[in-house]
Design a binder for this molecule. Structure first.
Ligand code: SF4
Length: 237
């Protein structure tokens, strides 16, 4: 059966057996990141919208699980930022109620977490993961190319409040782009911010931006800065 929303089962990072769900028009995001694997953002917006009725999305998931495969995880993603989907919370709740053994995961850019209703909906998920690359506004603008209404401070405030409220698993990854956010100022700020956020897992990744790997001296500096932090760090450099 052809599916509109179910994108298939894969392993994603350290998660095995992940059923991907995409409910956004291509590509709808609050950002237009320079490294986005989905290409340029077609709809740059901060307005949430019910792109499809959550019932329609859920009914496909239910059909897939009943007829094909019961996955360990369902990843609520989208061609863009998943929390722009106004049906997000309803859909997440439906999955958890019908399939309590499946872990619901979201991968977000954290840009809307300063909104109370978004935190409430995202908080339904068992695992919240996402990217956060810099504490410097100029680097933030260069990498994320955000919609004007979203400032770095919105993202940082939202992450901090959410982390205090949420009792599920919270994971963050930082990609370093040679020549953009590979600054000592950013490293120091990231360490300080991440100590406040205290994620369950923090990934540090070489974006190999423009085909350029990070200099080895910078990688050594990153490792020394994050030495002894009270959370788990995994290096992909
Ligand atoms: S936040 Fe994610 S989906 Fe949006 S532009 Fe950036 S990488 Fe692409």
């Amino acid at each position: 059966m052809p599916y509109r929303f179910v994108t298939g089962v894969n392993d994603v990072r350290n998660f095995k057996d992940v059923l991907g769900i995409d409910f956004s028009p291509k590509k709808t995001c609050t950002f237009d990141c320079i490294n986005c694997i989905s290409g340029r953002t077609n709809i740059l917006t901060d307005k949430r919208d019910e792109f499809h009725p959550p019932n329609d999305v859920f009914s496909e998931i239910e059909t897939f699980v009943n007829e094909d495969h019961m996955p360990e995880h369902v990843l609520l993603t989208g061609s863009g930022e998943p929390t722009l989907y106004a049906g997000f919370g309803t859909l997440a709740r439906m999955i958890k109620e019908r399939f309590p053994d499946i872990k619901v995961v979201v991968y977000s850019n954290f840009s809307l977490l300063d909104r109370e209703e978004v935190r409430r909906e995202v908080g339904v998920c068992d695992i919240v993961a996402g990217n956060f690359y810099t504490v410097c506004e100029d680097e933030f603008k260069k990498i994320y190319r955000p919609i004007e209404s979203i400032r770095l401070q919105n993202v940082m405030d939202g992450m901090k409040i959410f982390r205090n409220e949420y009792d599920g698993v919270f994971m963050v990854d930082t990609r370093f782009f040679a020549g953009i956010n590979d600054t000592e100022k950013n490293l120091d700020g990231l360490r300080e911010f991440m100590e406040k956020i205290n994620p369950h897992k923090y990934y540090i990744i070489d974006a190999k931006y423009g085909g350029n790997p990070l200099p080895s001296a910078f990688i050594d500096l990153v490792k020394s800065k994050f030495d002894g932090v009270p959370f788990e760090v995994e290096y992909r450099v």
